[in-house]
Design a binder for this molecule. Structure first.
Ligand code: R5P
Length: 293
């Protein structure tokens, strides 16, 4: 197997290659002066089982073009099989035409991936209306989850606090419940109404007493931070003792991390996207899963 680290995930790709004990190479990607993308594979892909590793944050569209070019090139150069591992995969939220004329980007991006990979492996994809990756992809599409790592992190660091797990919206039910069950503690979820990208309302579905409790909010991703901040406000109104917040994908745009911390809340994320609080390393769980395939 040849693991190729793309621009958003070279560290994780290197760790995966180390664990699997296979060849590692880094992609060469640049920009031409007019802004067009230049991509070059730096290792021989012929007859190889090529695995590209990418995390799609920041310049997301550039990162998409990079893997499209690299995937096609690996196939063109005679790779046996080409896989994309995405530690964070984008365009998963616009999975419907909410207003007339809108592009259903989740489906379009899936079609693009079908054309340049044999297989795609995504770490905790944000599946909502589409329940399974196989509802979206024609190629082999596998989901890996890092929630057991969150449960482990809580067990190792916060069990003495007798924590309560809180999911900030109905979608978070599955991961709040799974995490709480693995740790053996209580959990509850809120319901969320999103008015737009920066305007959300959350409320508890039923009356709950959390006075004096140590609460851990668990979500799949934090982007602008508004979901978590509104949840923090509701929890503070219930006079909880402390609040921590753990997510898989720490996108943290528009100073989200600073804003959340300003409420006195400790934030922990995985390193699926490089970020300053990425204390939970996902490389080993991805490598282990790859070895099982
Ligand atoms: C939504 O369904 C997700 O699970 C997250 O709660 C959401 O994407 C977080 O976004 P933001 O941080 O911008 O509120």
């Amino acid at each position: 197997m040849l693991i190729i680290g793309c621009s958003g995930a070279s560290g994780i790709a290197r760790n995966i290659a180390k664990k699997i004990e296979c060849r590692f190479s880094q992609i060469c990607s640049n920009k031409f002066p007019d802004g067009e993308s230049y991509v070059r594979l730096m290792a021989n892909a012929r007859n190889e089982d090529v695995v590209l590793v990418q995390s799609f944050y920041g310049e997301i569209n550039d990162k998409l073009i990079e893997v499209i070019f690299a995937g096609y090139t690996a196939m063109d150069l005679g790779a046996k099989k080409v896989t994309l591992i995405a530690t964070y995969f984008p365009y998963m939220r616009q999975d419907n035409r909410f207003n007339s004329g809108e592009a259903i980007s989740t489906e379009i991006v899936a079609k693009l991936m079908n054309g340049c990979f044999d297989r795609i492996v995504i770490l905790d994809p944000h599946l909502h209306r589409k329940k399974k990756l196989s509802d979206l992809y024609e190629i082999d599409a596998l989901k890996i989850t890092a929630y057991p790592l969150i449960a482990d992190y809580i067990k190792r660091n916060f069990m003495k606090d007798n924590p309560v797990i809180i999911g900030p919206d109905e979608e978070s039910y599955k991961w709040a419940q799974t995490t709480a069950e693995q740790i053996g503690c209580e959990y509850s979820i809120l319901e969320k109404k999103r008015h737009d990208a920066r305007n959300v309302e959350v409320k508890f579905k039923k009356k709950i007493s959390l006075k004096g409790r140590n609460v851990i909010i668990v979500d799949d991703m934090i982007s602008t931070g508004h979901t978590v901040i509104e949840t923090i406000k509701k929890l503070k109104a219930l006079k909880v003792k402390s609040i921590k917040c753990i997510c898989i994908h720490g996108i943290f745009i528009e100073d989200a991390l600073k804003k959340i911390k300003s409420y006195g809340v400790e934030v922990i994320a995985s390193n699926s996207i490089p970020n300053p609080v990425g204390k939970i390393d996902v490389s080993w769980i991805v490598a282990t899963r790859m070895q099982e395939l």
